[in-house]
Structure formats: structure tokens, C-alpha cells
Design a protein around this ligand. Structure first.
Ligand code: ADP
Length: 463
């Protein structure tokens, strides 16, 4: 920094800048100053390359580039980095130093508007050597943008000089980098413009790389989702055929006029048909639910709910259909009434309990437990089933994800039950997760917040 300035880089917002007429041509100084300048630039490039090599995401990378430039370039006191958002045709701040970034982020600059907009539009770097030049460049801001800009620059002095360089690759304009000097006019030089343009080119490469990486990740996720979807269609066709084959077989048998079944066999066949219809119904319900959630149509209708009673209703229903399993419901007597959508939470219980039965050998014990904690209630559904390998545990809540059952028999399913349960629980402000040991069983937990809820005890625990 030149001795002419009484203001240090650290107290820019509070100190009044001395007005010194623009004499920027002379600032580069003698041989000593030039060597210092070279060292500084070397350091800048070194630091930029370091960020480039270590940072992966644009969100963290861009503010770091800016911070590095302001740290290493003596003339730079504040600055902003803007990227062009092609969706709305505006420049958006992605990094800022010396501004209130949270406010500046709200600005949407049109190409041609203000300093950054102009440089973006022309694709040419600009040096604004005087306060008058910077003021003139900012003059065409729309009044609304002017208000936001002023709010973002509260306490910041008007820039005495500025450099603005485009982030541009070939014909593609990516954004703009603007650096401000707040202490003395003309501290930026034409030489700085050329140097900063080269730094901006480096930054542009980094932005392009990060974007490519992000696009690749998105494409990968999409491909994976598409693969799973295609797999689901073939799985579902298969899954539906299995119960349908049973239904068709047993009903055809029952309709045969030449055979008379004894009442017990007759009943047994009807029971199988009934169970297989349930399986089909579950598959169709999951599919419908999933498409409703996909379309963003999940609406909660919360009301005071007695979870012990709700859990018991579902357990009774499932126990009726699976008489060889044992069920235990354990809720404390003073379990609070919670605000929730009873139909949706019933669905969560049903999905978890259906799974507890589906993925357990017959005669397993299933325990539904409710605990009251400080801010929420914790519900668990524990089984003594096949368990889930650690590498599958955190994928269970992904759509269409299924693990081969390990039960030695095929288990019909869509891979949608748990993702649906998760969407419902999270829509209530809760969390859902699983713990498990292969061969020993699994416990699924979910929480529902007590925030603002009526905490009267429900009558008689697990009534
Ligand atoms: P579905 O049961 O229809 O396949 P879910 O989304 O409900 O779909 O479950 C996804 C996968 O998680 C299941 O295919 C199964 O492999 C595993 N899983 C879920 N619950 C359990 C459980 N209680 N015990 C063991 N595995 C389970």
C-alpha cells in the first residue's frame, strides 16, 4: 500500500478516504516497486492455483478466490464475483468481500447494468480509475437494484477506483470479477487489468470444471434413477405376476365343477386368494403414494393423535393377517397426544410393521415402542428378522432400493415403502432411520416433534 493513504485495509468501512486526484499512470513506481508487484502476483497465482486444486464445489471455491485476490493484491480492498444465470438472464453475486453478502446476493443485475453488467455485456475488461468513473458506471442501476446495492454497501466508502474483468471462455460469458479500491484513486493500473484478466481466465477454467463435475454428478444420479425405474417396472411386472398367478390358480381350482373341495380346503384357498390380494393392494398403494409424493401433492391434515391407539389399530390388523407372529406394544401410560396427520402416520406404522413381518422368519417377535423425550416422541418398530447389512442401511430410504431378502423365499415388494415413510415423517418435522444386525433383526425409529403440541396424556397408554 502507498504511504499516501492514511487508511489501512482493515479499517476501510470507518475511515474517510482522502481524496487524491487520479494519477494512476504513475503508480507503478520504480524497480523496487515493480519487484514487489511481481512477487505479489506470483503469490496470487500460487494461491489461486492452490484453491483450484483443493476446492471442489463452486459455492466454496468462488468466495475463496475473491478473498485470496483481496488478500494478496495490495490495491484491492473489496470486491465481488458474479456468475451469469442463464435461466433468468441476470448476473448473481456468488462471492463478495466488503459487502453484506446476504443482501448483495438478492441483486439480479441485467447485462449492461452497472459496472459488472457492462463488462459482462461487452466482454471487455475495464479500469475505472476515478471515483467519478466508478460512479458513472454505476449510474444506470435500476432504482430497485440501487436500493439493494446501497443496503449491501452500508458503511462502505464509495470506490475510488475499480477493475472489472469478464469471466469468459471462448464465446461463452460466464460472469464478472470486480475489485475495488477504497483508499486512494488510481491505485489500480492497466497492468493490473491484464494480470487480473489472466487470473480471471484461471477462475473461469475452475468454474467450468466445477460445473462439469456437478453436471456429471447430476447425470450420474439421473442415470441411476432411470436405471432403478426401469428395473422397478420389470420387478413390478414380476412382483404382480406372482400373487396374480396364485389368485388365478386357486380361484380357477375353486370354480372347477368336476372337483369338490372339503370346507377346510375351500377356506384355505380363499384365504390364500385374500392374502395375495392384500399383497397386490400394497404394491399398488405404494406406487400410487409414490406418484402423489412425486407430484408434490403430499398434504398433511394434522390433528391431535393418540399414537398408542393408532399403533394398536395397525398392529391388530397386521396380527390378524399374520397369526404366527407375536406383537408387543409398549407405550408409557402418560404418552402425550401429538399433532399429526393420523392417516399418514398410520401409513408409516403400516409400512414399518409390514416390513417387520415380511423380512422376519415366522413366529418372530415384533415390538412397537414409544418413548417421550424432551422435544419429541421416539417410536421404534423392532423385529427379529434377517437384518440389514451395514452397507445397505443408509440406502434403504432411497426409492426402489431393495435388498435380496436372505429368507430363502421371494418377498414381494416395490422398494417404495420406506421412502414414502421418510417423506411423511420428514413432512411432520421428524426423522427416520434404522439400526440392524444381520441375522439378529432390525429396529426402525422415527421421531415426531412435540413442538407446540398438546401434551395432555392420552388415556391409558397402549389401550
Ligand atoms: P419393499 O419392502 O417393498 O421392498 P421398502 O422400501 O419398504 O420396500 O424396503 C426397502 C428394502 O429395505 C426392502 O426391500 C428390504 O430389503 C429392506 N428392509 C426394510 N425393512 C426391513 C426389515 N424390517 N428387515 C430387513 N430388511 C428390511
Amino acid at each position: 500500500m502507498s504511504d499516501q493513504s492514511a487508511v489501512s485495509k482493515n479499517n476501510l468501512a470507518s475511515a474517510a478516504p482522502p481524496f487524491i486526484p487520479p494519477t494512476w499512470e504513475g503508480v507503478e513506481g520504480g524497480a523496487e516497486a515493480q519487484t514487489a508487484n511481481k512477487d505479489q502476483r506470483l503469490l496470487t497465482v500460487f494461491e489461486i492455483v492452490k484453491i483450484l486444486a483443493t476446492e471442489q464445489s463452486l459455492e466454496t471455491m468462488l468466495p475463496k478466490f475473491l478473498a485470496c485476490l483481496i488478500e494478496t493484491l495490495e490495491a484491492a480492498d473489496a470486491g465481488s464475483l458474479w456468475l451469469y444465470d442463464s435461466a433468468d438472464g441476470r448476473l448473481v453475486a456468488k462471492g463478495a468481500q466488503g459487502y453484506d453478502f446476504a443482501v448483495l446476493k438478492q441483486l439480479r443485475l441485467a447485462p449492461g447494468e452497472a459496472m459488472s453488467g457492462k463488462v459482462f455485456q461487452t466482454g471487455q475488461a475495464e479500469l475505472y480509475p476515478t471515483p467519478e468513473a466508478t460512479a458513472a458506471a454505476m449510474a444506470n442501476m435500476t432504482p430497485a437494484n440501487g436500493d439493494i446495492f446501497r443496503a449491501a454497501t452500508t458503511g462502505l466508502k464509495h470506490p475510488l477506483s475499480a477493475i472489472c474483468v469478464p469471466l469468459i471462455k471462448g464465446q461463452t460469458k460466464v460472469g464478472v470479477l470486480a475489485l475495488l479500491n477504497l483508499r486512494q484513486p488510481a491505485s489500480f493500473t492497466h497492468d493490473d487489468v491484464a494480470f487480473l484478466q489472466r487470473v480471471a481466465d484461471l477462475i473461469t477454467v475452475a468454474i467450468e470444471n466445477a460445473r462439469l463435475r456437478e453436471e456429471l454428478e447430476a447425470a450420474k444420479t439421473l442415470t441411476e434413477a432411470n436405471r432403478l425405474k426401469a428395473e422397478l417396472i420389470s420387478t413390478l411386472a414380476h412382483e404382480m405376476r406372482t400373487p396374480l398367478t396364485s389368485i388365478k390358480g386357486y380361484s380357477t381350482a375353486l370354480l372347477m365343477e368336476e372337483v369338490t373341495f372339503d370346507p377346510e380346503t375351500h377356506r384355505e384357498f380363499l384365504q390364500i386368494i385374500d392374502e395375495e390380494c392384500d399383497v397386490l393392494q400394497e404394491l399398488i398403494r405404494d406406487l400410487l403414494e409414490s406418484s402423489i409424493i412425486d407430484a408434490g401433492l403430499l398434504r398433511l391434515e394434522p390433528q391431535p393423535v393418540r399414537l398408542p391407539r393408532l399403533a394398536k389399530g395397525v398392529v391388530d390388523d397386521i396380527a390378524n393377517r399374520n397369526q404366527k407372529y407375536r406383537f408387543l406394544i409398549d407405550f408409557s401410560r402418560d404418552f402425550p397426544i401429538v399433532d399429526a396427520d393420523p392417516n399418514r402416520i398410520e401409513q408409516v406404522f403400516r409400512n414399518l410393521l409390514d416390513n417387520a413381518v415380511k423380512y422376519s422368519p415366522q413366529e418372530g417377535l415384533v415390538v412397537v415402542r414409544g418413548e417421550v423425550r424432551e422435544d419429541d416422541v421416539l417410536i421404534s418398530v423392532a423385529d427379529q428378522g434377517v437384518g440389514i447389512a451395514p452397507e445397505h442401511l443408509n440406502r434403504l430410504f432411497e426409492r426402489f432400493f431393495r435388498v435380496r431378502s436372505g429368507l430363502g423365499r421371494h418377498v414381494v415388494g416395490s422398494g417404495l415403502g420406506l421412502p414414502i415413510a421418510r417423506t411423511i415423517v420428514e413432512a411432520h418435522g421428524g426423522r427416520i432411520w434404522a439400526e440392524s444386525k444381520v441375522g439378529q433383526g432390525s429396529t426402525f425409529y422415527f421421531t415426531l416433534p412435540l413442538r407446540g403440541l398438546n401434551q395432555r396424556p392420552s388415556e391409558g397408554g397402549a389401550e
